[in-house]
Design a protein. Structure first.
Length: 445
């Protein structure tokens, strides 16, 4: 028996090493020689070959192992961790996807801290894995049996939600995704960190300005007290996160809060949402600068590529018109059904003029500032007009023509633009091509 065991241990060792380093041929050879080895686990940690493949991102071997029907995608190691948890911990997105496809259960809890794969992805800041697990939760049995929002706010052994962990570990992207998926910004922990801590307390401790900015923009309460009576401001001071403390100081200016309770905000399409979220962050960063200047802190080094993204938006919208409210930004958002346009920042100012009442979450519904009609939808201003539309434009009614012109026809219609009666504030690319007859035609009543 001793002989057999030592021989087997040697084989296992060969197998696990080959899995770790992704040597598919050796893995195949070893398993052909002894198919039962596929069920073997390492002696101490009780890792299966699947755990090792997942943790090391060996997607080929992982896929090969999962083809074997006797392999359980949810096999457990010594700490009751599944291969999916290890893949989420190490940010091996391909393995996360494959395991979920193969039916891995996203609702398993380890025995270390009672945490799920979603906690792992949030803690280690792998936003792609986090996103994949969340999309799976939206569509899988979890949504019907548990409910999606319950899953997003799933608690570990000490009451910590994935949002608590992401905030504590300085993972702003994960914080954003979780909040956007319905994570409760004011949830307090049972025993994780200091009891009664909210994500904002933990972000104050972690010292990430980006996390704090996200949380505040989603309505985190600066006055919430943990079990020892401390507000996040006191936590930041204690951990010597001075710049964070300045933002968390209840006496400094309040940031704009994303107006999520508004119906048309919750129904925004992706483009409009991205544009408005970006504008919100820009406005809040400007406020931060003012706060930090007064307190003698300088703005921490830019950790975001926000500025480049913003530049893209501007050049994209460069054919549209200057906002008639601020005369500073270009119109980017159109109010429907009336069709009035304004810039993203003015749209936000309209929607965020006061914080939602924390108990009722009710906001007075804003109306169009131009015509006072109700806002059914907000969309991104479209500036691209194809050739067929331009042709059509020549024959449309004067009223329609006027409204079209006020959008400053773009691309390929440079002759229209150069002689257009509407002053163009945007960057003018290209000039008239001499098709004057057309322009005269169009300017006639
Ligand atoms: Zn404006
Ligand atoms: Zn209107």
């Amino acid at each position: 028996m001793g002989q057999g065991l030592s021989c087997r241990v040697q084989d296992e060792h060969g197998l696990f090493t080959a899995v770790q380093f992704g040597d598919l041929e050796i893995v195949k050879t070893v398993l052909e020689r002894d198919p039962s080895l596929i069920q073997q686990k390492t002696v101490y940690d009780r890792h299966s070959a699947l755990h090792i493949a997942a943790a090391n991102g060996q997607i080929e071997i992982l896929s090969m192992l999962l083809e074997n029907r006797s392999v359980n995608p949810d096999s457990l190691n010594r700490h009751k961790q599944t291969p999916l948890m290890l893949a989420a911990m190490h940010g091996k997105i391909a393995c996360v996807e494959k395991l979920i496809q193969a039916g891995a259960n996203i609702l398993m809890f380890d025995s270390l801290n009672g945490r799920t794969c979603l906690h792992y992805a949030a803690y280690y800041g792998h936003s792609d894995c986090l996103q994949t697990i969340l999309s799976s939760a939206r569509t899988s049995h979890v949504a019907s049996s548990w409910g999606f929002s319950r899953f997003v706010n799933i608690r570990g052994g000490k009451g910590e939600t994935p949002l608590h962990l992401a905030a504590r570990q300085r993972r702003p992207e994960c914080v954003h995704i979780l909040l956007d998926s319905g994570a409760l910004v004011c949830a307090s922990t049972g025993g994780h960190g200091l009891p009664g801590s909210t994500p904002l307390h933990l972000a104050a401790r972690g010292g990430s300005m980006d996390c704090i900015r996200e949380l505040l923009a989603w309505g985190a309460d600066r006055l919430h007290r943990d079990a020892t009576g401390r507000i996040p401001y006191a936590v930041a001071l204690k951990h010597k996160n001075g710049a964070c403390a300045a933002l968390l100081n209840p006496s400094s200016a309040e940031p704009l809060v994303w107006p999520s309770p508004l119906k048309f905000i919750s129904e925004l399409n992706q483009d409009a949402k991205a544009l408005l979220e970006q504008a919100l962050m820009e406005v809040n960063k400007e406020r931060e600068k003012a706060i930090l200047k007064n307190t003698g802190y300088s703005m921490p080094s830019p950790s975001h590529s926000d500025t480049t993204a913003m530049d893209d938006n501007i050049s994209e919208a460069s054919d549209s018109q200057l906002c008639c409210i601020c005369f500073d930004q270009l119109c980017a958002i159109e109010v429907q059904d009336c069709g009035h346009q304004m810039c993203a920042q003015c749209t936000l100012a309209l929607c965020c003029h006061n914080k939602p009442n924390p108990t009722t979450l009710s906001l007075p519904a804003p109306i169009c500032p131009f015509c006072r009609s109700n806002i059914a939808r907000l969309t991104v201003v479209k500036v691209k007009v194809n050739t067929a539309d331009q042709e059509l434009d020549l024959y449309s009614s004067p009223k329609q023509r006027k409204s079209r012109k006020s959008m400053n026809l773009s691309e390929g219609s440079s002759s229209f633009r150069s002689l257009s009666a509407v002053p163009s504030f945007g960057k003018i690319v290209g000039r008239g091509s001499g098709r004057v007859s057309v322009d005269i035609e169009i300017d006639k009543p």
